[in-house]
Design a protein around this ligand. Structure first.
Ligand code: SAM
Ligand code: SF4
Length: 468
């Protein structure tokens, strides 16, 4: 069994190949608990409306998510919910429905609730023209209480190879203060294999413009495990990335599931790196980013020590939501657009996944919710346990006992028993008062969380990608 130790600042991980080989089963990423496969169609508009009433009574701040599904070309690795079309005229009919949905939902929410967080995701949100962006933001401002003092966390995903630099100023004018760029890989051979192109120069021009415009934070997405990648090629991409100096990085493990995402069949499977090569890549990526001064947040995420994500983790207030990690806790998440998921009070509600169904529902004057889930007390308890472990690698029994009026050790006696082999293997330390995830366990955090997932036995493994 080999192990190596990467450490910088407050954050560190230990690589133990033997443990990774043993525990690297398929597992959910826990952007929600219960996970999306548990959502069902008995949940509808009435259940969503009751949840909104309860959330208004509680008066929490809001987080708004907008899904813009269009992309001009398809990236062959893509597992996102998107519609490929070069015909930009398709955007307006969709935007009209999106704006109508904003109005419909806006009527149900207490207008005074401040919007602490806002995110446009896709697809490619920058597919729509600057004028269309202005329309959508104006409608949002009309129906919701956006913060005008730049204190909200307002972010947008951009495709750097598909965007004109002048749009950066437009985004800032609209109130965005964070950018998330899908870079994936700079190697020309890899880019050609996955049909996704953006050069270092294009990315640099956008990053420079974002700094001039006063964006607070720039985040970049990379993927390892794509065809023709090796740790050597990826090291060269990382050198360019480190030079570009983003505040946050998401380095995703390529999830190859061609049975679910048909477009992935276009990839040459024989050129995919072997599991050993992927492990080596993740190990080198971690070492290199820690050496460059980033902190390992957890689950593919890295941030500069001064970034709000790293600060939130240090202060014990880090959150997890559908976009990954987040700093804003205690918000109700209201989502708009095709396939988007809201998290309001104790429910999840997902809109129709097909654009025609989505648009048809809005045209009929209905909230376009297709399915959802109402969390029981047991679900809420397990949700909190999983959140604590995934965000902080530590769980204090007393906190949970106080919050949920239970005795953790009695309630989770079976789970604590199931954790014992992992404790024997050094992934977790089970103390009298707490569970601590070890440095070696951090990379396998999904596996540890799965112990507390009441639904995992009922789910089929093919829904989830491998952990590493
Ligand atoms: C929801 S996508 C949308 C981002 C935007 N459309 C773009 O491509 O820049 C967000 C990120 O998911 C990641 N991603 C997409 N497909 C993936 C896959 N099959 N495995 C791992 N990560 C993936 C990419 O890094 C991408 O930037
Ligand atoms: S990765 Fe992004 S740009 Fe590429 S097809 Fe998927 S959603 Fe569109």
């Amino acid at each position: 069994m080999t192990s190596s130790h990467s450490s910088v600042g407050s954050s560190s991980v230990v690589w133990d190949r033997g443990l990774i080989d043993r525990y690297d089963l398929s597992g959910p990423r826990y952007t929600s608990y219960p996970t999306a496969p548990q959502f069902h169609e008995q949940f509808g508009e009435a259940e969503l409306q009751s949840a909104i009433e309860r959330s208004n009574a509680a008066g929490r701040p809001l987080s708004l998510y907008f899904h813009i599904p269009f992309c001009v070309t398809v990236c062959y690795y893509c597992a996102c919910n998107k519609i490929i079309t070069a015909n930009r005229k398709r955007a307006m009919p969709y935007l009209e429905r999106l704006i109508e949905e904003v109005a419909m939902q806006g009527r149900l929410f207490d207008r005074s609730r401040p919007v602490h967080q806002l995110h446009w995701g896709g697809g490619t949100p920058t597919y729509i023209s600057d004028d269309e962006k202005r329309l959508l933001m104006a409608a949002t401002r009309e129906h919701f209480n956006l913060l005008d003092d730049d204190t909200g966390e307002y972010s947008i995903e951009i495709h750097p190879g598909e965007m004109d630099v002048s749009t950066i100023a437009c985004l800032r004018e609209l109130g965005f203060n964070r950018l998330s760029m899908g870079v994936q890989d700079f190697d020309p051979v890899v880019q050609k294999a996955v049909n996704r192109f953006n050069s270092v120069d294009e990315v640099r021009e956008l990053v420079d413009a974002a700094r001039v415009e006063g964006f607070h934070s720039v985040s970049m997405d990379l993927i390892y495990g794509l065809p023709h990648q090796s740790w050597q090629t990826f090291t060269s991409t990382l050198d360019s990335i480190i030079d570009l100096n983003p505040d946050r990085l998401s380095v995703f493990n390529y999830a190859h599931m061609p049975h679910l995402f048909k477009v992935q069949k276009q990839l040459d499977e024989s050129a995919l790196p072997s599991p050993d090569e992927k492990l080596l890549m993740m190990e080198r990526i971690t070492e290199k980013l820690l050496d460059a001064g980033y902190v390992y947040i957890g689950m593919d995420h890295f941030a500069k020590p001064g970034d709000e994500l790293a600060i939130a983790q240090r202060e014990g207030v880090l959150q997890r939501n559908f976009q990954g990690y987040s700093t804003h806790g205690g918000c109700d998440l209201v989502a708009f657009g095709v396939s988007s998921i809201s998290a309001i009070d104790n429910v999840f509600a997902q809109n129709h996944k097909q654009i025609d169904d989505y648009q048809g529902a809005v045209d009929s004057g209905d909230l376009p919710v297709a399915r959802g889930f109402e969390l029981s007390d047991d679900d809420l308890l397990r949700q909190e346990v999983i959140k604590q472990l995934i965000c902080h690698f530590e769980l204090n029994f007393a906190d949970i006992n106080k919050q949920f009026a239970i005795s953790f050790k009695e309630y989770f006696a079976e789970e604590l028993e199931q954790l014992k082999p992992m404790a024997d293997d050094g992934l977790v330390d089970i103390g009298e008062d707490n569970i601590r995830v070890s440095l070696a366990g951090r990379l396998l955090i999904r596996r540890i969380c799965m112990t507390f997932d009441a639904y995992i036995k009922k789910s089929t493994e093919i829904r989830y990608s491998k952990i590493i």
